[in-house]
Design a protein around this ligand. Structure first.
Ligand code: PGA
Length: 239
């Protein structure tokens, strides 16, 4: 695992360069998207790079990590809506090549894994991290060998996400998420974490034991993970 620490702006630029390098080497690369506040500076930077002609997403496919159950793509809090607004509408990707796990048969969610596999597998998966160590919606206790599945959201996660809804009652109770194995199947992974509230969990997932209590800790076992942190998120790491 490689860890980079710089300002929020700088890490967005550094991470964007990884995409530029990958896609310029492999124009039909498969990327894995993430939502939340953390990736927004990176998505802005990707849009900038695309507009400047430094990278083209024309032949790229994208598979997102997760989606709320019960929100369709037009709902302004659905992750489909988020991805269109924050990234897809600003780059030259074919929207038909962008996938979120919505409308997935919730009785057979691992069909999403089959779709990813059929497309060739994810080359570069982007992750944020929750204050409880979740990746996607894989909350503490999720099995490391899980494929795409439906989860009941923890109260804490619903509370954290309620800032985007009118009230906590409007936050869906379930989501579909890539499993931990789905994430680990990606050929390379970038995790970004920013802000003081992530410092404790960042230390735990990088320096602590590999345990399902901290789902992100499994990344210690992946052969190609880059972690991009701002100074605040990195503040508790051993120097
Ligand atoms: P955030 O979410 O980027 O909004 O902090 C990250 C996550 O919960 O995975």
């Amino acid at each position: 695992m490689k860890v980079y620490v710089a300002s929020e702006k700088e890490i967005a630029k550094m991470a964007a360069q990884r995409y530029v390098q990958l896609i310029n080497t492999k124009p039909n690369a498969i990327i894995g998207g993430a939502t939340g506040s953390t990736p927004i500076p990176l998505y802005k930077e990707l849009a900038k790079q695309c507009k400047a002609g430094n990278v083209s997403f024309k032949n790229v496919k994208s598979f997102n990590l997760d989606e709320y159950v019960g929100l369709d793509g037009n709902h302004n809090q659905s992750y489909r809506y988020f991805m269109n607004k924050q990234l897809f509408n600003h780059i030259d990707i074919d929207i038909n090549n962008t996938f979120v796990p919505s409308g997935i048969d919730t009785k057979n969610p691992s069909r999403y894994d089959d779709m990813i596999k059929a497309a060739g597998g994810v080359d570069l998966q982007l992750l944020g991290i929750g204050v409880d160590g979740h990746i996607g919606f894989n909350e503490p206790g999720t099995k490391f060998d899980s494929l795409t599945h439906v989860v009941k959201l923890e109260q804490n996660t619903r509370e954290v996400n309620s800032r985007f809804f009118k009230s906590i009652n409007d936050v869906p109770t379930h989501a579909v998420t890539m499993g931990i194995k789905t994430v680990m199947n990606a050929r390379s992974i970038i995790l970004i974490a920013t802000g003081k509230n992530k410092a404790k969990i960042v230390k735990e997932f990088i320096e602590g034991p590999v345990t399902t209590k901290c789902p992100a800790s499994i990344l210690q076992l992946h052969p190609f993970v880059e972690v991009y942190l701002d100074e605040e998120a990195a503040s508790l790491l051993k120097k």
